[in-house]
Write a protein that binds this ligand. Sequence first.
Ligand SMILES: Cc1cn([C@H]2C[C@H](O)[C@@H](COP(=O)(O)OP(=O)(O)O[C@H]3O[C@H](C)C(=O)[C@H](O)[C@H]3O)O2)c(=O)[nH]c1=O
Length: 183
Amino acid sequence: MNIRQTKISGVVIVESAVFKDHRGAFSRLYCEQELNEVIGARRIVQINHSHTNSKGAVRGMHFQHPPYAEMKLIRCLKGRVWDVAVDLRADSSTFLQWHAEELSAANHKMMVIPEGCAHGFQVLESESELLYLHTAFYQPSAETGIRHDDPRLAITWPLPVADLSARDQKHALITPDFSGISL
Ligand SMILES: Cc1cn([C@H]2C[C@H](O)[C@@H](COP(=O)(O)OP(=O)(O)O[C@H]3O[C@H](C)C(=O)[C@H](O)[C@H]3O)O2)c(=O)[nH]c1=O
């Protein structure tokens, strides 16, 4: 598994070797040993799966506040998505910056999003499916979100945005005095 850094510390792209033959393809999705430099002493405690129907749909931008802050490892199992991480860490040199990566069933890439970053994605092909590996349990009281279209972030979305949940439509805009998340 090849680990590629991004401009945001802790946001990395894991590229897995894909073994293809006449039957199809095989690739490793997760390996505690190969990802030790990324995962450290964290444990995967919850694995989620989403299926999104419509091209252009956006889910996010979500994160959990400490002490339930989590690392997420995101892999596309079907279709293609524009996966986005936003740095909300108070002490980060890339505070409020974002990184996006195209994840697809075909490219086998996984995006790792560390604690203190928000996560969201846009579906680039209908009927896309994502797998999420989490290092903290879902804690509704600690989970919140920021707007996918917050002008302070200016996230680029490849397609016209569609199909937002009622909750994702109502996230608050980042205020000028927002100093970030302290982990
Ligand atoms: C995360 C989670 C959610 N839920 C329930 C809560 C809602 O009733 C329902 C859907 O949750 P939500 O609308 O928050 O799901 P998405 O908007 O698809 O959020 C997902 O996509 C964005 C991009 C993410 O980063 C989140 O981690 C991921 O949950 O599942 C659970 O029961 N357990 C869970 O672990």
